[in-house]
Design a protein around this ligand. Structure first.
Ligand code: NAD
Length: 493
């Protein structure tokens, strides 16, 4: 046991909402934030009223013309200053973000705090997002004389962007939205997940000091769906950038239709992980084990649905069982812990119900799934084998430390099983050669496919097919996502 001592979280600290450049007290009181690792209340988050959400949207609208007309180089310079401030101070957020997410100390230090700084840094460099259109020689017509028809495509900011984010990586996810949105000249209202908004409130305090004009960044929080729903319904908000479950994504599309919201939808996943007869099983096992060991499987891109060639199934299952047995489940602050808690008691119960449903439908629970005898919301890494495509554990996103294994009889069958899913976010192929993995990967209905690796390219477009979402972000695609395309055309003589 090597418990890490972090700066204590002050449970009495007062948090406020950021609206029009002012930190304001919430009109609807506060609600408890609970540490999933200890089940203790570690703070109180502001409960914004609907009228405060509307004030935040109005502030963002007021700030829009000035920010949109600020040259991109100047906007990016402020983002760069924000990245500098975050680099100096964001490490102080590790303790708070760890406590509210329940992330293991290794995940909190490595994945909760550095990536949001990198996202600000990335979008601090201005890039040209406009594109020329090939000119067309024009003959004289009744509409005008002959000439050269030219056009230029300009990317304009969409306007006010409501950013609604999930609980698993609160800072990284929000930074991945607000940095490109601001770089493109939009203004934002951020609505973090109810479970863990405290570090994000502090994070916004740090970046606000970089010199963004009042109203360019606003943040409102709340315990339920009301604050997010108000943003979706607001006439002042032009776009919703949402990351979360597919069910809520569908609800946002429905509610946003009335105001023709532009939508970036980053939704659920049920990542297929195809293993061919000639693959390197050890490499694949390392990737699959991340479902258990990386934030307790609360990752949309997790390779949870393993589709292995029948001839390698027994060997794979042996290796997975051995690895699962080595993963220490326990205190998130212990450096040796690999599997920490899931976010809430309700989510722990939901993951357990999925495991029980899998067994009831005929799957074999080879390892884990039990509730460890400790305070907090833990699920021991679960391995379900003998799974079939119609089982709920195969079809639905569990978002917990649960791996399901299906057998295939060849590449065509593997692709058919992989594509037999409502989801298509991030899938994986492990094959004897990258060339073979590439050929199989192209056939998988998934926005991203990892070939013999689970490392995503940070500048490659990210997003989902089917119920996993609409649109792409990251890299230059992030700037595109937060823009409207405008074509200007002319005839020169
Ligand atoms: P969730 O859908 O329950 O909540 C996400 C956000 O939506 C929260 O801020 C919540 O308050 C808000 N919300 C809920 N109802 C709303 C409504 N009616 N109108 C507006 N906002 C509303 O998701 P979660 O449990 O926080 O996160 C887990 C989900 O997020 C999983 O499905 C996971 O796959 C997905 N996720 C996807 C990605 C991706 O990039 N595709 C990344 C991380 C997480």
């Amino acid at each position: 046991m090597a418990l890490v001592e972090l700066a204590p979280v002050n449970a009495d600290e007062e948090y406020r909402l950021l609206i029009a450049g002012e930190w304001v007290a919430p009109e609807s009181g506060v609600y408890d934030i609970v540490d999933p690792n200890t089940a203790q209340v570690i703070g109180h988050a502001p409960e914004a009223s609907v009228s405060q959400v509307n004030e935040a949207a109005a502030a963002a609208k007021d700030a829009l013309p000035g920010w949109r007309d600020t040259p991109m180089a100047e906007r990016c310079a402020i983002l760069g200053r924000a990245a500098d401030l975050l680099e100096e101070r964001a490490h102080s957020l590790v303790g708070l973000v760890q406590a509210e997410t329940g992330a293991t100390i290794n995940v909190a230090e490595g994945m909760q705090v550095p990536p949001p700084i990198e996202r600000f840094r990335h979008y601090a460099t201005p890039v040209n997002v406009d594109e020329p259109v090939e000119p067309i020689p024009l003959e004289a017509t009744a509409l005008g004389p002959a000439g050269l028809l030219g056009a230029h495509v300009i990317r304009q900011p969409v306007g006010v962007v409501g950013c609604i984010t999930p609980y698993n990586f609160p800072l990284t996810n929000a930074a991945g939205k607000i940095a490109p949105a601001l770089a493109m000249g939009n203004t934002v209202v951020l609505k973090p997940a109810p479970q863990d908004p405290l570090a994000m409130l502090k994070f916004c305090g740090m970046i606000a000091e970089a010199g963004f004009p009042p109203g360019v960044i606003n943040i409102v929080t709340g315990s339920g769906a009301a604050a997010g729903a108000a943003l979706v319904e607001s006439r002042e908000v032009n776009m919703i950038s949402f990351t979360g479950s597919s069910a809520v994504g569908s609800e946002i599309m429905r509610a946003g239709a009335a105001t023709m919201k532009r939508l970036l939808m980053e939704l659920g996943g049920k990542g297929a992980c195809v293993l061919t007869d000639d693959c390197n099983l050890d490499a694949a096992v390392g990737t699959i084990a991340s479902v258990w060991g990386f934030h307790s499987g609360q990752i949309c891109t997790a390779p949870t649905r393993v589709i292995v060639h029948r001839s390698r199934c027994e060997e794979l299952v042996e290796k997975l069982t051995a690895v699962a047995g080595l993963l220490t489940v326990g205190d998130a602050l212990d450096r040796d812990t690999i599997v920490g808690p899931v976010i809430t008691e309700a989510h722990r119960d939901r993951v357990e119900e999925f495991i029980a449903a899998g067994v009831a439908e005929g799957a074999t629970l080879l390892h884990g799934g039990e509730r460890p005898d400790r305070t907090g919301y833990f699920v021991a890494p679960a391995l379900l084998v003998d799974c079939t495509p119609d089982m709920r554990v195969v079809r639905e996103e569990i978002f917990g430390p649960v791996v399901v294994v299906l057998a295939h009889d060849g590449d065509d069958h593997a692709v058919e099983l992989a594509n037999n899913s409502d989801y298509g976010l991030f899938s994986y192929v492990f094959a004897g050669s990258t060339a073979r993995a590439f050929e199989i990967g192209k056939r998988i209905e998934s926005g991203n496919v990892g070939l013999n690796s689970m490392v995503p390219h940070v500048h490659a477009p990210f997003g989902g097919f089917k119920m996993s979402g609409i649109g792409r972000d990251r890299g230059v695609y992030g700037l595109h996502a937060y823009s409207e395309i405008q074509a200007l055309s002319w005839v020169s003589g």
